[in-house]
Design a protein around this ligand. Structure first.
Ligand SMILES: CC(C)(COP(=O)(O)OP(=O)(O)OC[C@H]1O[C@@H](n2cnc3c(N)ncnc32)[C@H](O)[C@@H]1OP(=O)(O)O)[C@@H](O)C(=O)NCCC(=O)NCCS
Length: 175
């Protein structure tokens, strides 16, 4: 039987599964995120409930999870802009797919699903995201999905005495 893949917004009920996957992601891929395992492992369980709840603005904004046979294996955050002058702009953060589920197109499905929702349901015209210069996998993925590099924030990251650059990218949904 083939695996069933579903994508949906995560709500407060998903907090335990999200917390587990989030802490896993900060451990397996510490350089991919601006936060750290050291910081988030100290948080109380309720903080993860609050993270999901604060971001939750259905149908388009919040943390989206991708499930394989009902197991949460990846997530991405679609951030809502509350400023009136930026209601046409969407932002994506915090993409992760669990190591054993990579190279199956799951991140691509997750991003395409969320971008489609942003375009159709929220009239978003351009979607911004960024990745670190030392993350070629993410950069290649975003390029493949139609994101274009628009700039670089040189040395915007400093962790354990090492600098990294942040590459800013955009996908235009309306030319
Ligand atoms: C980046 C990440 C989300 C990709 O997830 P995934 O489900 O394996 O991605 P997909 O299977 O949809 O890959 C689609 C394309 O992305 C690119 N890509 C993905 N992983 C890659 C890798 N390790 N090296 C090079 N290119 C890669 C390829 O172009 C790939 O297309 P292909 O399979 O035809 O070669 C995953 O590796 C991950 O969670 N990494 C750690 C966290 C992270 O870096 N998040 C991004 C923060 S900006």
């Amino acid at each position: 039987m083939s695996d069933s893949v579903t994508i949906r917004l995560l709500d407060k009920q998903d907090a335990p599964a999200y917390q587990q996957l989030r802490l896993q992601s900060l451990q397996t891929d510490p350089d991919a995120f601006l936060s750290s395992y050291e910081a988030e492992s100290r948080l109380h369980d309720t903080a993860f409930v609050e993270h999901l709840d604060w971001a939750y603005h259905p149908p388009c904004f919040g943390y989206f999870g991708i499930f394989v046979n009902d197991k949460l294996v990846g997530y991405i955050q679609a951030g809502k802009n509350f400023l009136e002058k930026q209601e046409h702009v969407g932002s994506l953060y915090n993409l992760y797919v669990s190591k054993e589920f990579r190279h199956q197109g799951l991140a691509s499905r997750l991003i395409n699903h969320v971008v489609g929702l942003l375009r159709q349901e929220a009239e978003i015209e351009r979607v911004f995201l960024s990745c670190t210069a030392r993350n070629p996998a993410a950069y290649k993925l975003y390029r493949k999905l139609g994101f274009k590099r628009i700039g670089v924030k040189a040395r915007a990251i400093k962790w354990n005495g090492q600098y990294d650059d942040e590459i800013e990218m955009v996908k235009l949904l309306l030319e």
